[in-house]
Design a protein around this ligand. Structure first.
Ligand SMILES: C[S@@+](CC[C@H](N)C(=O)[O-])C[C@H]1O[C@@H](n2cnc3c(N)ncnc32)[C@H](O)[C@@H]1O
Length: 216
């Protein structure tokens, strides 16, 4: 079965090259298992909803039509995700995760950030679909408690309320984070495994009025 995401990739191709926006924001099709592009290190705030477990990781590789590789190993994937965050060294980082690996994400975040907390959340605006947003930062958190909000609303609120200049997303997908950052008047950078999912992000950003060129 092919996953074409309403064919956005035909009008907004991004299989190769970097989408460079008028304000300097950048997006690229790239696996986090590969070396981090230099532009990702500009992010001073990260918000990433990566695959949550082994089965979820496998299904995203299937949807991307990418052959099995070490990216199928969830523990290695998790280690690499946190290595990327360490390399970027943002002042604040939000990660979305399900219950199964909440403890792993908290443990990894505590290795990188002095102050770690998390919020209870939901996804797809369905009260039955539970998830967690883990927040790590260099300074103690005195902001709003986002408990009970849907992840999409938390992303919008964080992009408006956090102190940052450039939002980074290592697993950009169809673009909730870039769209929220753009709507908040902020820059963004992002990578994504599946070019067809990243095309959906480009389509959405274009609909919001953003313009970009693809540089090779
Ligand atoms: C839960 S989704 C992200 C949802 C995203 N917030 C959105 O707005 O669509 C996880 C994403 O991680 C991507 N992904 C999986 N493995 C990856 C890898 N090795 N490198 C980069 N992205 C990856 C998937 O293709 C998928 O788009």
């Amino acid at each position: 079965m092919e996953y074409n995401y309403e064919d956005a990739y035909k009008d907004y191709p991004i299989e190769n090259g970097i989408a460079v926006f008028d304000d300097g924001s950048m997006l690229m099709t790239r696996s986090i298992m590969d070396p981090l592009p230099a532009f990702m290190k500009k992010a001073d705030m990260i918000f990433t909803d990566s695959p949550w477990n082994q089965g979820n990781l496998r299904s995203f590789y299937t949807k991307a039509e990418i052959a099995p590789d070490y990216g199928y190993d969830f523990l290695r994937f998790g280690d690499r995700l946190f290595d990327c965050i360490w390399e970027i060294d943002p002042r604040v980082c939000y990660l979305e995760i399900g219950k199964e690996n909440l403890d792993v994400w908290l443990f990894q975040m505590k290795k990188l950030f002095k102050y770690v907390t998390f919020f209870n959340s939901t996804y797809y605006h369905d009260p039955q679909k539970l998830c967690y947003i883990v927040r790590g930062a260099r300074k103690a958190y005195r902001g709003r408690k986002y408990d009970g909000m849907d992840e999409e609303d938390i992303i919008s609120a964080v992009c408006k309320e956090e102190e940052y200049e450039i939002a980074g997303d290592l697993c950009t997908g169809r673009g909730l984070v870039p769209c929220a950052a753009y709507s908040a008047g902020k820059k963004f950078v992002g990578t994504e495994l599946n070019h067809k999912r990243l095309s959906v992000c480009l389509k959405r950003l274009s609909g919001l009025g953003a313009s970009y060129r693809v540089e090779t």
